[in-house]
Ligand binder design. Structure first.
Ligand code: GBH
Length: 499
C-alpha cells in the first residue's frame, strides 16, 4: 500500500482547528452564529462505505456461491461498460486489511460494508453454510474493531444468490422468510460485535432491476409490475428481519434501518402542479419504503394512483400489491434511524412520458436538471448541495424528526488531484451542518461513498467514487490516497479535537 504523509499545511490546519473548536465551545447551540457553524456537533460519526460485489472480488473463492451479478455479467458481458465485471475488482476479499488501514489512516470511525449473501450461504438457504465466508467477515470485523473502527453492516446490497433468483428472487414471496433466516444467522454470528445494521440498500434501486430501465441484475424489465412486486417483498423481508432482531437479539443493543434513496425531488417552478409533482416524486422514491416503516402502509398517493391506473388498464388486481392488516403492523415501526443516501437532486414538473404500465407513468412527473447545477463524470449526478439539507428537512417533517445517518454521499472524479470532490464534500458537509443547527434535524453521522474506487455497476470502472484510487491494472490493486483523502484526514483530525 502506498504510504502518504500529510505535510506542509499541518500547522495552519492546526491553528484553524483550535479557533474552530474554541468557537464551538463558547457558543451554546442555539446562540451559535451561522459563521461559527464550522464544525459538526460532538459525537458526530464519520465513516466510509462500500458494498461486497463492488469491492470484494473472489467471486468463486473458497466455496462462495454465484450471485445474480456474477451470473448476469458472465452471461451478458456487454451489459457493463467495457465488458467489465467484478470477478476481481479491488480484491478486498484478500486485501481487506489494507482497506482497514486506509480507513484508519484517514481517520474514519465507522466502516459501512455489506455481506455477500452467497458468500456465506452459497445456495441462499441456511441449510448449507460456507464457513470460509463466515470467517472472512469475522476477520474483517475483528480487524476493524482492533483498529478502533465501528462496523456498520448491510445485509443486502444487490448481490442476491443466483439460486434464489432462479426461483423468482424478490418476486417470490418466500424471499421474505429466506431473508429472515439469513439475517438470523448474521445477527447470531456477528451481533455481539456489530451494532449498526442496514437490512437492504436502496430498495428503490432494487425495484428497477425487476421493473425496468435496465439498471441492474437480474434485469427483468417487468415495467409497472415487477417493480411493485419486488418492492413489496423487500418491505416484507425487512419487517421480518427487524421483528426477529427485536424478539431474539434485542440484548445485543443494535440499531437497524434501511438505506433509503432517490434523487431529491425539487419542484421546477412554484406552480401548484409542479409542487404536487415533486411531492409525488418523493413519495414514489424515498416515501415508497420509508412510509410503510415509519407511518404504516404505502404512501396514500401511491395507493391511489396505481390503483386508479390499474383499473383503467382493465386489471382486476392492482399492480401495487396490498399488505394484510397484520403485515402493515408487522412492517410499521421497524427502523431505529433513517439511513439516507443522497447524491443529487432532480427538477420535477407535472407531466407524463412513456408507456403504461410503469412507475414513471403512475407517478406522473417529468425530470430535468437546472442548467446552473455543475456536472460530474456521471451523467446522473449534478452537484446540488442544498438538496441534502432540503431532504433532511423533508425527512424530519414526514417522520417526526427521526435520528438520521447519511449512509451514502459521494462524488465521481478520477483525477488524483480531485479538488471537485473536496468541494463536493465541503459544500455537503456545510449544508448538513445547517440542517443540524438551523433546521434542528437529528443527524448523527455520515459515511462517505466510497473509501476506494470500485465496480460501479453498469458503469464498470469508468466512474471512480473512491477518495482512494485503485490501480485496476496492477495485480496488487495498489491503493493510493487522492487529495480528497488528505483533505478528509485534516477535517476528521479537526473534528476529533472537539470530541
Ligand atoms: C448508490 O446508488 C449505490 O448504493 C452504490 O452501490 C453506488 O456505487 C453509488 O450509488 C454510486 O452510484 O446510470 O443513468 O441509469 C445511488 C442511486 C441509482 C444512482 C441508479 C445511479 C443509475 C443512473 N443510483 N442510478 S443511470
Amino acid at each position: 500500500m502506498a504510504q502518504h504523509t500529510v505535510v506542509g499545511s499541518r500547522m495552519s490546519y492546526l491553528s484553524l482547528t483550535l479557533i474552530l473548536a474554541f468557537s464551538q465551545l463558547v457558543f451554546s447551540d442555539d446562540k451559535l452564529p451561522i459563521a461559527a457553524h464550522t464544525m459538526f456537533p460532538k459525537g458526530f460519526m464519520f465513516g466510509a462505505a462500500t458494498a461486497a460485489y463492488q469491492v470484494e472480488g473472489g467471486w468463486n473463492a473458497d466455496g462462495k456461491g454465484m450471485s445474480v451479478w456474477d451470473n448476469y455479467t458472465h452471461e451478458h458481458p456487454d451489459f457493463v461498460a467495457l465488458n467489465e465485471n467484478a470477478d476481481v475488482s479491488d480484491d478486498s476479499y484478500h486485501l481487506y486489511k489494507e482497506d482497514v488501514q486506509l480507513l484508519k489512516t484517514i481517520g474514519f470511525q465507522v466502516y459501512r460494508f455489506s455481506i455477500s449473501w452467497p458468500r456465506v450461504l452459497p445456495n441462499g438457504r441456511t441449510s448449507y453454510v460456507n464457513q470460509a465466508g463466515i470467517d472472512y467477515y469475522m476477520n474483517l470485523i475483528d480487524d476493524l474493531l482492533a483498529n478502533g473502527i465501528e462496523p456498520m453492516v448491510t445485509l443486502f446490497h444487490w448481490d442476491l444468490p443466483q439460486a434464489l433468483e432462479d426461483i423468482g428472487g424478490w418476486l417470490n414471496p418466500d424471499i421474505a422468510q429466506l431473508f429472515e433466516e439469513y439475517a438470523d444467522l448474521m445477527f447470531k454470528t456477528y451481533g455481539d460485535k456489530v451494532k449498526w445494521w442496514i437490512t437492504i440498500n436502496e430498495p428503490f434501486s432494487v425495484v428497477w432491476f425487476y421493473g425496468g430501465n435496465s439498471a441492474g441484475a437480474p434485469n427483468l424489465n417487468l415495467h409497472g409490475t415487477g417493480d411493485y412486486l419486488s418492492g413489496h417483498n423487500l418491505l416484507r423481508a425487512h419487517g421480518k428481519a427487524y421483528r426477529l432482531y427485536q424478539k431474539k437479539y434485542s440484548h445485543q443493543g443494535g440499531k437497524l434501518s434501511m438505506a433509503f434513496c432517490g434523487p431529491m425531488c425539487q419542484p421546477k417552478t412554484d406552480s401548484k402542479d409542479d409542487i404536487a409533482a415533486a411531492e409525488r416524486c418523493y413519495q414514489f422514491s424515498y416515501g415508497w419504503f420509508a412510509h410503510p416503516v415509519f407511518r404504516g402502509d404505502y404512501p396514500p398517493v401511491m395507493r391511489e394512483l396505481v390503483d386508479k391506473n390499474s383499473k383503467e388498464e382493465g386489471r382486476t388486481v392492482s399492480r401495487l400489491p396490498y399488505f394484510t392488516e397484520e403485515e402493515i403492523k408487522e412492517i410499521n415501526g421497524t427502523v431505529d434511524f433513517f439511513g439516507m443516501n443522497y447524491y443529487t437532486t432532480n427538477l420535477i414538473n407535472d407531466g407524463v412520458i412513456g408507456d403504461f404500465p410503469s412507475v414513471t407513468r403512475d407517478a406522473h412527473y417529468l425530470t430535468s436538471f437546472d442548467p446552473s447545477w455543475p456536472s460530474s463524470e456521471a451523467d446522473w449526478l449534478k452537484i446540488v448541495p442544498q438538496g441534502i439539507r432540503l431532504l433532511a428537512k423533508k425527512v424530519k417533517e414526514e417522520y417526526n424528526n427521526p435520528t438520521l445517518i447519511v449512509t451514502e454521499n459521494g462524488y465521481p472524479q478520477a483525477s488524483m488531484d480531485d479538488y471537485e470532490r473536496i468541494s463536493y464534500f465541503e459544500s455537503h458537509f456545510s449544508e448538513l451542518r445547517r440542517a443540524i443547527y438551523e433546521d434542528k434535524c437529528n443527524i448523527i453521522g455520515h459515511t462517505t461513498w466510497s473509501i476506494i474506487d470500485n465496480f460501479e455497476w453498469r458503469k464498470g470502472y469508468t466512474n471512480k467514487f473512491g477518495v482512494v484510487s485503485v490501480d485496476f491494472n496492477d495485480p496488487k490493486r495498489t491503493r493510493t490516497l487522492r487529495r480528497s483523502a488528505e483533505w478528509l484526514q485534516h477535517y476528521l483530525a479537526m473534528h476529533k479535537l472537539i470530541q
